[in-house]
Design a protein around this ligand. Sequence first.
Ligand SMILES: Cc1cc2nc3c(=O)[nH]c(=O)nc-3n(C[C@H](O)[C@H](O)[C@H](O)COP(=O)(O)OP(=O)(O)OC[C@H]3O[C@@H](n4cnc5c(N)ncnc54)[C@H](O)[C@@H]3O)c2cc1C
Length: 476
Amino acid sequence: MNKIYNVGVIGGGVSGVITALELAKNGVETVLFEQKNSVVNGPPFCHLHAGGNLYPDISDEQCRILMKQSIEMARLFPQSIDKRPTFISIPKTQKYDVNKIQSRLEMLVEYYKSLIDEDPENEILGAPEDYFKSFSKAEIKALAEKPEVKIPSTADEWMTNSLKFIDYEKLKTPVSIVQEYGWNLFRLAAQAQLALNKSENCLLKTNTEVKSIKDVRNQKVDYNWEIHTENDVFKVNYLVNSCGFKTGQFDESLHIKNERLIEFKAAYVSKWQPILGLIPELIFHGERGTPNGMVQLTPYSDDYYQIHGMTQNITLFKDGLIHAKKNEAQPKFKADINQKLDKGWDEKDIEQRTKSAITSVAHYLPDFASATVGGPPLFGAQQIPGDDATLRVGEVSFPYKSYARSEIVKASSALTVANQIIDKIQEEGIIPLLKKKSLNNFLLEAVSKNEIDEFSMELAIERGYPGALSKLVMNL
Ligand SMILES: Cc1cc2nc3c(=O)[nH]c(=O)nc-3n(C[C@H](O)[C@H](O)[C@H](O)COP(=O)(O)OP(=O)(O)OC[C@H]3O[C@@H](n4cnc5c(N)ncnc54)[C@H](O)[C@@H]3O)c2cc1C
């Protein structure tokens, strides 16, 4: 392989693909390696955190960053955004203060207005005055009496549909409907892969595990890194490590010490009876890791629902959150978690955990007890840079010249990271200075909705999930 690429990106998760697509859009010769047979095939995502309202414990600053980054991602991947809102509530048993949640929502409205002032195209969450609506006990009682609406279009209608099922006596008031949308990973994966396949500047190497990297910056050659795969050696000037929870594997070979946590988590796929009116995503806050951790019900098409429950017997796992040991860059999970990551789940575990997840939802929606297992769990491991397990906004670090390590915690940070890497590559003179940044990516725009519909369905089925998970609920 004599060709020298400007940039080599290892890892085709959301971070790696967006970095590669943004480089390719700017004509930068790039090679992207993904060990699996399709991209964005690691830990799942389903929620566009446009305000951080699933995390009552994070700072206002993290909420603002999540909102800004989410808006940028939604502008880049509109075909993967499910424009239905989220119902946010605090059970009476929980410590969280409703007033604090309300004032944070008000802060977010002002921030959203400022983003629209900067660029009117940022108005993708609807009008700022409709970003959230809160409902008192009396309003809830009145809306609960109204008939459901097949496809709701106002906060009141979404609330009415939710109240047909929710045991609202268990909740503090007010409760809120917030414009935090769903985010379909199969559709994003499909659009990204189709765009990369069409790109002239990016070579996508799927089914290609990078075995090792060699630093040749101090040798008299006209490139900086060698990337070794099973059969080839690729020469690149700049190296991007986007290996997700495995970024440490290459840090270790470069003798870089780095503080990081990695966490294994899972969400469960269930199927319920058909209901008359669409419901929003439902959040019942709870302290993470306790038996009453947050419950999250995410509606999908064709009566499928995804469930997260932030307790040890549902989404979280014993020894699922681990810290890098001293002098270790890549923390290592125990055998049972590695077994799930590498070989999949046994049926008994799927049945047991999905049923626990259904029971946790039925605590707030008694009728949901009739739901059944709808498919295998969506699962994976993610990294959290540093030692703060509550951090939700990770970005990128540059431990060496010509080397970037992506450290995103939420998928929404991927574009910010791609832009920071591209700035650094220009700063190092590896590529000439580029024109002013634009949010548009012609490679993504060239992929049609039909192509995304078809390929995302194919990806969902090939990965063992119901094809319905690739469809948007709000497919209007
Ligand atoms: C249960 C769960 C739910 C989540 N929900 C949300 C959500 O709702 N919203 C949200 O924004 N985020 C969510 N996240 C977080 C989100 O999944 C991650 O932030 C995101 O996927 C990380 O992307 P990444 O590209 O950094 O890493 P990854 O997606 O892990 O990508 C890394 C890629 O590198 C590849 N790779 C690794 N080593 C090699 C090698 N040697 N050679 C070639 N390829 C290699 C891997 O196969 C993988 O495809 C959730 C995470 C979990 C676990």
